[in-house]
Design a protein around this ligand. Sequence first.
Ligand SMILES: NC(=O)c1ccc[n+]([C@@H]2O[C@H](COP(=O)([O-])OP(=O)(O)OC[C@H]3O[C@@H](n4cnc5c(N)ncnc54)[C@H](O)[C@@H]3O)[C@@H](O)[C@H]2O)c1
Length: 177
Amino acid sequence: MKKVRIGSVGLGRLGLAHTENIANRIRNAELAAICDVDQKKLTETADRLGVANRYTSFEEIIAQKDLDAIVLVSPSGLHTKQISAALDAGKHIFSEKPLGVTIAECKNAEKAVESHPEKVFMLGFMRRFDESYQYAYNKISSGEIGKVILFRAYSQDPEKFIESSIAFSAHSGGSVS
Ligand SMILES: NC(=O)c1ccc[n+]([C@@H]2O[C@H](COP(=O)([O-])OP(=O)(O)OC[C@H]3O[C@@H](n4cnc5c(N)ncnc54)[C@H](O)[C@@H]3O)[C@@H](O)[C@H]2O)c1
């Protein structure tokens, strides 16, 4: 089976984890390029994972002709513009959530996705794949627990994320903002 050649954008807290998974844990994927505006992070990651195609510019990574797909893990405020540009460049996309940070830009991204029906677009709504949420969903949809009037869920990041969560909130939202 032909491997899907992926370009990974954003090598921060989550982007690095996605990038390492693509490089080492996903059988039919090939990490064919990486991109981050932070040159130090880019060089360290590219050297460690053996990636030759490395870019500090998003426009350059999407211009790489032999990439099938882009995995987008940049700050949330960049998602919608990058989604539109990557679709126009002919790439399939997995983007981390949120889709965007305003309703207007989300609607623009929706239009961009609809205008490229030949491309796969997936948003990283991880709770939809979370076993405990699926368990609750099945209990509700089967009618087993009757009519639901309130659903309350909690999640908590580890303490070691506090500093990066505060820095992150300025451009991407999240639990601290
Ligand atoms: N699904 C989840 O559970 C989950 C968890 C964490 C983060 N996220 C999402 O993932 C995204 C990234 O979050 P994070 O915590 O990794 O953020 P982060 O701030 O740690 O990392 C962002 C990275 O993007 C780089 N970057 C900035 N501008 C760029 C550009 N123009 N082109 C390429 N790279 C650029 C930064 O240098 C940094 O390395 C956010 O949208 C966030 O909401 C989702």
